[in-house]
Design a protein around this ligand. Structure first.
Ligand SMILES: [Zn+2]
Length: 243
């Protein structure tokens, strides 16, 4: 198969997996709050595990370029939060009826998943099996992240089908960025180490600023710490076992 088609296929699979996030809401109008905390912890653990795998590959290619790229990733994500006025936005307000809250949550979700598209794209350039591994990890992580998004949307009266559709649509940027980053880096391999760094910095920053803070409130710090660490550890072990 053409490598670009492989990137398109697996990043599309990751985006489509988000639709499964609506399943915990089938047959109920809302999920228990503690599930929101667990969902964030599992998604965060998978993002941290992916960042760990990427940084391992990056250190071999050029640690200083990776570090510079990571700083840029953090600065870029902070900047997008500032510009979109979503800095410190609480993403778990299930019963919020503020008219602007829903659109801000959707925008944050779109920007978040687009950054993960960079991670998929650069991992695919390192080598396709590694890229497929990262894409599948992001696919699984899209499910609990979509559950949180769907719970917020359901709290605002959005139907199940529409919520699932919006969850997938918010991951369209993931596909676009994965394919674009893969194409650009295939033509300019010198940029691979800083882009690895950019992906790592972005993943870690997003976990710390978007996923973890509110989940402490929903499920308690100990549960969140254990669940995040365990999920990250399982992904690192899987990566070690497969490579
Ligand atoms: Zn994520």
């Amino acid at each position: 198969m053409d490598p670009t088609l492989t990137v398109l296929l697996y990043s599309s699979l990751a985006a489509a997996a988000a639709a499964l996030g609506v399943l915990p809401l089938v047959g109920r109008t809302q999920v228990p709050k503690v599930w929101i905390g667990w969902a964030n912890a599992i998604a965060g653990g998978l993002m941290l595990g992916s960042a760990h795998a990427l940084s391992g590959a990056g250190v071999e290619l050029g640690p200083f370029s990776v570090a510079a790229g990571a700083l840029l990733g953090v600065a870029f994500t902070y900047g997008t939060h500032r510009v979109s006025d979503t800095e410190d936005l609480d993403l778990n307000r299930l019963a919020d009826t503020d008219p602007t809250y829903g659109s801000k949550v959707l925008l944050t979700s779109f920007l978040h998943s687009a950054s993960e598209g960079v991670a998929i794209g650069v991992a695919m350039v390192i080598n396709l099996p590694f890229g497929i591994f990262v894409a599948l990890a992001i696919a699984v992580h899209n499910i609990p992240e979509a559950t949180v998004l769907c719970a917020v949307l359901r709290g605002r009266g959005v139907g199940l089908g529409t919520a699932a559709g919006l969850a997938m649509a918010m991951n369209s940027g993931q596909v676009l960025l994965a394919v674009t980053v893969f194409a650009v880096l295939s033509a300019a391999p010198a940029a691979v180490p800083p882009v690895i760094g950019f992906a790592v910095g972005t993943l870690v920053y997003l976990v710390l600023v978007e996923l973890i803070p509110e989940s402490y409130r929903e499920a308690g710090p100990t549960t969140i710490a254990v669940l995040t660490s365990l999920t990250m550890g399982v992904l690192i072990l899987l990566h070690g076992g497969l490579s």
